[in-house]
Ligand binder design. Structure first.
Ligand SMILES: [Zn+2]
Length: 105
């Protein structure tokens, strides 16, 4: 009986796997002693930062070079979205987003 539990932080419950005579905790592939059992593991989920909302700090229409208007949104994290074809295809800042960022807030 071990006096200390092994702390494991992962999104999914860990499992024990024996490979080439060695025992691992998956999914993190951490090697553990052969006598380790699941009851020796103290499993917890990581604190979720993914679920935090990313508020929009600025949004509005930007007029493109062809005269079309595109709706651009800037998020607090620095992410931006534009509805133009270029942004949707490449998923990176287009000229509308760049122009929008350079405007004063
Ligand atoms: Zn755009």
């Amino acid at each position: 009986m071990k006096d200390e539990k092994m702390k494991v932080v992962s999104l999914y419950p860990p499992a024990l796997l024996v490979l080439s005579g060695k025992k691992y905790i998956v999914p993190m592939w951490q090697q553990v002693p052969m006598e380790t059992e699941l009851s020796d593991i103290d499993w917890s989920r990581p604190e979720s930062k993914q679920l935090e909302v990313d508020p929009i700090i600025k949004q509005g229409f930007v007029t493109g070079s062809t005269g079309n208007e595109y709706f651009v949104k800037l998020h607090k994290s620095g992410k931006a979205e534009c509805e133009c074809w270029g942004y949707r295809r490449h998923k990176k800042d287009c000229k509308h987003i760049k122009g929008f960022r350079n405007e004063k807030l």
